[in-house]
Design a protein. Structure first.
Ligand SMILES: *Cc1c(COP(=O)(O)O)cnc(C)c1O
Length: 355
């Protein structure tokens, strides 16, 4: 097996993979409903929310679409500081919304001051923010950003994509006052791809009632009507829910605080190695991601060659994303990855440098 230092899909523990081989049951059955309720209850802990968590049988981009279709009638401000935040802007445009973008240089975080200024100039129904820009390895200060939105434009809804951080980094939905928080299964949750999770605040649900054309598949009010009966309007990805059941137990057994500390420590260890070898992180402190370290490819490595070398030792890293493809490299420290794995990767890279 290859240890994937790649920001999704990441390695899945074998007992979690195994859980998917359980036989199907009717999804409208007491057994499945009990399981669906139990995974939902445990997801609330990971989201730090009392609000219900939707378990969607689609990847995280679908949740970006759900956010736009349900909580934006016309106007939305998309904070764009990398590829995934740009995708959310495009999702809004493709759904016919009046989307404005607030651009930041790739590698920089979204800043509270600039967001406040933009909200003073024009009123928006919602803002979209990516907590952890996987394309650049930047974590934006969502707690502070939410605070300025509450101050400057209290009725603007705060929609947050935490696809590559939730479950590996502490994000407190209720305490921070977030209105929609979403993530995918294949990153810090270390599950196979195909599920995504999201929670919406009460006022966001209220707003959805006034938004026309919410569609069918992503209509959050329809989802909620079925969720209260521990069910879904459509057939859920049952095998993945079996896997989620096992993985949530493993995550809570490790302890969420321990899990967050492990992610941060692995990221720090790799950053220290990179800096000592003149491969500077793209992001400045304190905005360096705790789950995907992105460093400048200062040695002009051909990532394919590096991966061939690492592959012989059972490891794989990622090249840069989008326009940063050749000028950065990315090392994901998420999910099942351990400090021992990170140390092995560092040793291998030291050997690669000697070639
Ligand atoms: C991976 C990723 C996405 C896309 O998620 P899918 O599950 O592939 O649809 C969106 N946002 C961020 C920040 C990501 O890292």
């Amino acid at each position: 097996m290859t240890r994937m230092f790649v920001p999704g899909p990441v390695d899945v523990a074998s007992e979690v993979l195994q859980a998917q081989t359980k036989p199907m049951v009717p999804h409208r059955s007491k057994d499945f409903e009990a399981l669906f309720r139990s995974t939902e209850e445990r997801l609330r802990k990971v989201f730090f929310t009392e609000r219900p968590v939707i378990q969607g049988s689609h990847s995280g981009s679908g949740m970006q679409e759900m956010g736009i279709r349900n909580f934006v009638d016309k106007t939305v401000l998309a904070c764009v500081n990398g590829s995934f935040s740009e995708r959310w802007y495009e999702v809004a445009v493709n759904n016919g919304k009046e989307a404005d973008r607030l651009d930041f240089e790739w590698g920089k975080a979204v800043t509270p001051d600039e967001l406040a200024d933009a909200l003073k100039k024009k009123h928006y129904e919602a803002v979209t923010i990516v907590h952890n820009e996987t394309s650049t390895g930047v974590e934006s200060p969502v707690k502070e950003l939410a605070r300025v939105v509450h101050e400057v434009s209290p009725d603007t809804l705060i929609l947050v994509d935490a696809v590559s951080s939730l479950g590996g980094v502490k994000i407190e939905m209720d305490a921070w006052g977030l209105d929609f928080l979403l993530t995918s299964s294949q990153k810090c949750f270390a599950l196979p791809p195909g599920l995504s999770f999201a929670a919406a605040s009460e006022r966001a649900m209220k707003k959805a009632e006034s938004v026309p054309n919410r569609g069918w598949y992503f209509d959050i009010l329809r989802m909620e009507k079925h969720r209260v009966k521990d069910s879904t309007p459509m057939t859920p990805a049952m095998s993945l829910i079996y896997a989620l059941d096992v993985q949530l137990d493993r995550m809570l057994e490790e302890g969420l605080e321990n899990r967050f500390a492990r992610h941060a420590a692995m990221s720090r260890r790799f950053q220290e190695f990179a800096i000592a070898n003149e491969m500077l992180p793209l992001a400045d402190e304190p905005y360096r991601s705790k789950t995907v370290v992105t460093v400048k490819n200062a040695k002009n490595w051909v990532v394919g060659d590096l991966n061939k070398f690492l592959g012989e030792r059972g490891m794989r890293i990622a090249n840069g994303y989008g326009k940063l493809k050749d000028i950065t490299i990315r090392i994901a420290t998420m999910g099942e990855t351990t400090m021992e794995d990170v140390d092995k990767l560092i040793l291998a890279m030291q050997d690669f440098m000697k070639l």
